[in-house]
Design a protein around this ligand. Structure first.
Ligand SMILES: Nc1nc2c(ncn2[C@@H]2O[C@H](COP(=O)(O)OP(=O)(O)OP(=O)(O)O)[C@@H](O)[C@H]2O)c(=O)[nH]1
Ligand SMILES: [Mg+2]
Ligand SMILES: [Zn+2]
Length: 389
């Protein structure tokens, strides 16, 4: 195994990172150091910050840690592009490495399924066996084996609860595209609301994409699109058959790092293929959808020809939220935020109280019943978790 090369002594920097106990309120790291580390330099200043919503009494919880530059000097820098079980595939700009993770890093994050995620920026060393480089096979490709020694603090994370652990869907993302379809599979707006909560929680920019516009025979999907536009979200109505909305979607993704999320079969990989003709991703057919079969099975980070990066993810039927307190939920419903001060009780949960500005807005039609029902469902879910813990 390769030894770490010694670095210059005394080269330490202060970095402000998210406090571990933070209930999901992220400290977006604005330090120059992190900014410089962005190898792709695609992060634009407005991305992620323009959609921020804040909870009442929100505290900026950051702690300062000392990052020892010595520990990363001489190591290979790269980005995790794919996870294959316990192996992380890392792109250093020249080649893809197959990496395991140093044990000390594995014990650091016990509540997460895996200490590294797609989009993580890492430092690695080469594994050598008797002086020879070691290789691992992945999809018939022979990759040089490495060990991840350090992981950069993440600027953003999209988290979900899965299999009783926290799953980092992707790290260091600017834009999250929630992809759903007008039909096949059936459009479920509640799922959009769950994603929106996680995206706001992670301080990323959401874009809603309703694909398969050709299947919207009764105008239901168009009405859903309008509902979210009214709240102030960017909503694109797309179709890969007549290319509706494709240029507008490309404009949202150019020079940014984004991730496409949503149920299986909605057309995430199909959209990527039409957005960039160089990508030749496998897409499913109707029988896959009917049998509930996923076509994309692992998340992977891809480079756009037109600038920026994108993560294609496998479809998810459910999306369970992480580290979310019941009183925080209101802050992630954009159209609620400015009305909350009108509630009679400062700790109003907007579920049963008298003189509630949110329930009044539902009665007058300013807040839709669908969005309110989503809020109550997520709120009750969080309450239930709090009662059990
Ligand atoms: N009618 C119609 N079909 C579409 C459209 N976009 C994609 N499809 C079809 O939807 C099916 C599923 O597409 P995929 O791209 O594999 O879906 P996915 O979201 O990547 O699915 P997973 O990888 O399983 O998560 C394919 O048969 C596509 O041809 C569209 O705009 N209209
Ligand atoms: Mg796919
Ligand atoms: Zn209220």
């Amino acid at each position: 195994m390769a030894k770490r090369k010694p670095g210059k002594s005394g080269s330490k920097k202060k970095v402000r990172v998210e406090f571990r106990k933070n209930r999901g309120k992220t400290a977006r790291d604005k330090s120059q150091w992190t900014r410089e580390f962005h190898q792709d330099k695609t992060k634009s200043d407005d991305a992620g910050t323009s959609e921020n919503v804040r909870a009442k009494g929100d505290l900026s919880r950051k702690r300062t840690i000392i990052v020892d530059e010595e520990s990363t000097a001489g190591l290979v820098k790269g980005t995790v592009v794919r996870m294959r079980g316990l192996i992380a595939e890392v792109d250093d700009g020249k080649q893809i490495w197959a990496c395991t993770v140093r044990r000390v890093l594995r014990t650091r994050q016990i509540d997460e399924r895996h200490p590294v995620a797609v989009g993580d920026r890492v430092f690695l060393t080469r594994v050598e066996m008797a002086g020879e480089k070691s290789t691992l096979m992945s999809d018939d490709c022979e990759l040089t084996e490495g060990v991840i020694e350090e992981i950069e603090p993440r600027t953003t994370t999209l988290l979900r609860h899965y299999d009783r652990r926290v799953h980092v869907v992707a790290a260091n993302i600017d834009v999250v595209v929630i992809v759903v379809s007008a039909d096949q599979p059936t459009l479920r707006p509640h799922l959009i609301d769950r994603y929106l909560v996680a995206i706001h929680q992670g301080e990323m920019r959401p874009v809603i994409c309703i694909n398969k516009a050709d299947l919207d025979v009764d105008g239901h999907a168009a009405a859903v699109a309008e509902r979210y536009r009214q709240i102030g979200y960017v909503v694109l109505f797309t179709c890969i058959l007549d290319m509706r909305g494709i240029d507008a979607l490309r404009a949202e993704l150019t020079d940014r790092t984004s991730v496409l999320v949503g149920p299986s079969g909605v057309g995430k990989s199909s959209l990527l293929n039409v957005l960039d003709s160089e990508l030749k991703l496998k897409v499913g057919d109707l029988s896959d959808l009917q049998r509930g079969r996923h076509t994309t099975t692992t998340a992977s980070l891809l480079r756009w020809q037109f600038g920026g990066f994108v993560v294609d993810t496998p479809g998810t039927r459910q999306f369970d939220l992480v580290k979310l307190a019941s009183e925080e939920v209101e802050a992630y419903f954009k159209e609620f935020v400015d009305r909350i001060s009108g509630c009679r009780f400062p700790d109003c949960s907007h579920t049963h109280e008298e003189n509630c500005a949110i329930q009044d807005a539902v009665d007058s039609g300013e807040i839709t019943a669908e969005r309110y029902d989503s809020y109550v469902k997520i709120y009750e879910e969080c309450r239930e978790k709090e009662r059990r813990n």
